[in-house]
Design a protein around this ligand. Structure first.
Ligand SMILES: *[C@@H]1O[C@H](CO)[C@@H](O)[C@H](O)[C@H]1NC(C)=O
Ligand SMILES: *[C@@H]1O[C@H](CO)[C@@H](O)[C@H](O)[C@H]1NC(C)=O
Length: 190
């Protein structure tokens, strides 16, 4: 289950819409979803200490972490965190393309490609948030996570070729967050 080491993505607008749906509050109960503490959820999905720490960080905002919660709460929190992280990366990439006249053609091409890839990633993670919020765990949810992951990885594969890009670290974080979101989503049996 750890063949996809770790990941992440999405848009603030979509996050806000989904947050408004109220599916992420601690009273969320989704028929058939397992219930557990934050600790159990993070132990369940983590194969390394780094991943466990990232999981605890991603779920730090969940109220009453010592109590059992529907795992949907954790999946939603992680997906939203991934989306927010991706948003920040897109802003950074856009700023470079727009304001930095010293970018090489290679850098410009990579960043523009990343902005495009992240649009796809955020679209996919938006679909994840909508499906989680509607407790719709079939209907291509697993595919949506994978689309988000692969889109972020396509950006990573571009920036990794640049001599030294400040964006690379951000993209790696995004990928890990999408991966974590996927693993937490798997608690729902997807
Ligand atoms: C992880 O959660 C799944 C789904 O609830 C469960 O079947 C599995 O036993 C758990 N694994 C661990 C290591 O806790
Ligand atoms: C603009 O891009 C160049 C080339 O990548 C880089 O060396 C420089 O630090 C960038 N400037 C700013 C303000 O980010």
């Amino acid at each position: 289950m750890n063949t996809i080491p770790f990941l992440s993505p999405l848009l603030v607008a979509v996050s806000l819409i989904v947050a408004g749906a109220g599916a992420g509050d601690e009273t969320t109960t989704c028929p058939g979803a397992p219930s557990m503490t934050v600790e159990s959820a993070c132990r369940n999905v983590s194969h390394t200490q780094a991943m466990y720490d990232a999981c605890k960080g991603a779920l730090a905002g969940v109220p009453n972490p010592m109590s059992d919660h529907d795992a949907t709460v954790y999946a939603l929190a992680a997906a939203r965190g991934a989306m927010a992280s991706a948003d920040a990366t897109v802003v950074a990439a856009n700023e470079r393309v727009t304001y930095n006249g010293s970018l090489s053609g290679e850098e410009k091409g990579a960043y523009e490609g990343c902005v495009e890839a992240y649009a796809a990633a955020e679209h996919a993670m938006g679909a994840v948030l909508n499906k989680l919020g509607a407790f719709s765990f079939g209907g291509g949810l697993a595919d949506d996570y994978m689309s988000g992951l692969l889109a972020v990885e396509s950006c990573r594969d571009r920036v990794i070729k640049l001599p030294a890009s400040p964006l690379y670290a951000m993209v790696l974080v995004d990928r890990n967050k999408v991966g974590l979101a996927l693993f937490l989503g798997k608690l729902l049996g997807i």
